[in-house]
Design a protein around this ligand. Structure first.
Ligand code: ZN
Length: 274
């Protein structure tokens, strides 16, 4: 079984310091969190930006640039920039940050109802973002909120809009998206091409159990305050604490942890220009 790739999703678009004081908001806080999480065992960081003034999700290119440059200088982490639309749905805003040419970026291949909004990703938008990533050598992490999104991604690959092998992230347990059950995880895993890699992001209390299933099934794991602000019931988490726990569980289960460079090989990322 390949070594385990741990992705840290430290910020997202939703939780604020009021919810959990450990949520990093400013570029410097996100960079410092990245440093600590790399030490703890993460090899990928999934990046969102926030407006430092009011903590809301931001599409500001300068913020993404500052975070990207800081993480590149201070860590060896694989930087995966979110093209998610909670901060703004327009294609231009979501694609601008790809000009930083991160090694990876997230790409959601369908629409889904979030608890109080529609996360709209129409066919043309998906195609345009996929094309941007392909031409710039950015590996997409395909965000799967429902089974149909897998077929959409395979269709894009068939149209030569995505480099192979594909890499998926199963986002499970978010209200409106696929429920976090073992049966659903097995079905998702069996629905992707045989040579594809996958990770799972369990939302809320699903984070730990879904990560444990992934460790035993040969998948990879994403943790972080974007997906769950608690360490256990009633106890707030820090990002590095969530990474450390997955490292401990994986070691107990006999699966080694991938370094960032080992993760680059497993995922087939473009050669480093550093
Ligand atoms: Zn995200």
């Amino acid at each position: 079984m390949a070594k385990l790739i741990i992705t840290i999703a430290p910020t997202g678009s939703i939780p604020t310091k009021k919810n959990n004081p450990n949520v990093p908001i400013s570029p410097d806080e996100i960079i410092q969190t990245g440093i600590r999480c790399e030490k703890a065992g993460a090899s990928i960081i999934h990046v969102h930006a926030r407006n430092p003034a009011d903590e809301t999700a931001s599409t500001n290119f300068q913020l993404f640039k500052e975070i990207y440059q800081g993480l590149t200088q201070e860590t060896n982490l694989i930087i995966q920039i979110s093209t998610g639309g909670r901060a703004g749905m327009e294609y231009e805003k979501r694609s601008e940050r790809l000009t930083l040419k991160p090694e990876m970026a997230s790409l959601t291949t369908g629409s889904v109802n979030f608890p109080s909004s529609v996360y709209a990703n129409g066919p043309d938008l998906i195609k345009s973002l996929a094309m941007d990533m392909k031409t710039q050598g950015i590996k997409p992490e395909i965000e799967i909120f429902d089974v149909s999104m897998i077929q959409n991604a395979i269709d894009l690959a068939d149209q030569d809009l995505m480099a192979l092998p594909l890499h998926f992230d199963f986002v499970m347990g978010l209200k409106g998206a696929i429920p976090a059950t073992i049966e659903n995880l097995v079905h998702l895993k069996n629905s992707i091409p045989g040579n594809a890699t996958w990770t799972v992001a369990g939302i809320g209390a699903n984070q730990l159990p879904m990560a444990v299933h992934a460790i035993s099934m040969g998948g990879h794991a994403r943790v972080g305050l974007e997906d769950c602000i608690y360490f256990r019931k009633g106890e707030l988490a820090s990002n590095e604490q969530l990474v450390k726990r997955i490292v401990q569980v994986s070691e107990i289960m006999g699966r080694e942890i991938a370094s960032p460079d080992e993760a680059r090989k497993i995922l087939g990322l473009r050669p480093q220009m550093k």
